[in-house]
Design a protein around this ligand. Sequence first.
Ligand SMILES: Cc1cc2nc3c(=O)[nH]c(=O)nc-3n(C[C@H](O)[C@H](O)[C@H](O)COP(=O)(O)OP(=O)(O)OC[C@H]3O[C@@H](n4cnc5c(N)ncnc54)[C@H](O)[C@@H]3O)c2cc1C
Length: 378
Amino acid sequence: MKPSTGPSVAVIGAGMAGSAAAMHLARRGARVTLFEQFGFGHDRGSSHGATRLFRIAYFEHPDYVPILQRAYALWKSLEAESGETLFHETGVLQAGAPGGGFMQGLAKAIADHDLPVAQLSASDIAHAHPQLTLPSHFIAYFEREAGFVMAGKTVETQIRLARDAGASLRPATPVLGWTPAAEGVSVETAAGAEIFDRAVITAGAWANGLLNLPKADVKPWPRTLFWRRPQTEGFALGRFACFAVEEEDGRFFYGFPAIDGDGVKVAEHSGGHAIARPEDRGDAPEPGESEAIDAFLAARIPALAGRPGKFQRCLYEVSPDHHFLIDRHPLSDRVVFAAGLSGHGFKFSPALGEALAAMALDGETPQHFRFLSLARFV
Ligand SMILES: Cc1cc2nc3c(=O)[nH]c(=O)nc-3n(C[C@H](O)[C@H](O)[C@H](O)COP(=O)(O)OP(=O)(O)OC[C@H]3O[C@@H](n4cnc5c(N)ncnc54)[C@H](O)[C@@H]3O)c2cc1C
């Protein structure tokens, strides 16, 4: 490989966003240094574990849809280039009470973007998704071009491809701070200060320490994932789709087919609370979390109720309005960041990396990302 002569870029934080940015930047010829405070692939942030939902019909805000359409194409390219299976297009069954934010937001995203997402009748659900028991007044959509992506495996793959494209990797190297410098950015680690032409900050739940943007405060928000081992093959990959269900009271649950001996992964997306520091996450579920999952399963997926299984803690990194923060830093045009991915960022990974690379190298925020800028808090 020819040594790169492009601009030097420090990427700070090697979770989903940083690994994606490093890969795209290195492929575009930048001289990338990827800093990670812990070991690569660690389990203290937001990007570890097996799976994350991928959906395009986005109830959270219809303006995410064009980014997700780009991400869909890029997930396929990433699989082809890496030789890894990273995206399982199982389809996602999405259901909820008619007046709820989920069904209303979904209907708007589908209508605004004319998405090929079918509304299902009660008999369709009973026929195609017999594992689920839904109240007869619930609305349900099945999105075929949706499914799940592999989380830890994607981060590992993106870091490998970044390295193959020339990125230099610095695990176990916390960045202590940065300051604007003449014609660059000074990045400080325990080894001293180093000047880069540009920096990309992708520090997840640790973002506040590096961004210091009080109006766009990012809060660590622990959640727990649960697994339930089924008694039958009816929940295996190919026989059971991913699902997301909003209950009448607004609680929101989602889950995945069983992809290994651990069984079906199910979690509550709603609820929880912020904590002061990511380090305070804890390793055990909070009181009531396990009971909420069991009550949901008893009502909606009775064959999994009471079944044994493991759990895993993870951290959301929540912005004030639960939408992403993607912009350049007010103190320096040379510093761009993605933060506050608020528990729903993984599916965007390759498109987000592409956008961060464009912001750092071309000086322009791609059009579809502009609604996520800091301007909304000013
Ligand atoms: C339980 C759970 C379920 C989720 N489900 C879904 C889903 O179904 N679909 C979906 O799309 N998304 C989902 N998400 C959200 C998604 O996983 C996150 O939005 C995404 O992984 C965030 O990635 P990140 O790179 O911003 O943060 P992180 O993965 O936390 O990466 C930030 C990295 O920066 C490093 N770092 C921080 N500070 C420094 C420093 N000073 N120096 C060096 N390194 C530093 C950290 O150690 C960390 O490795 C889920 C998240 C969780 C926790």
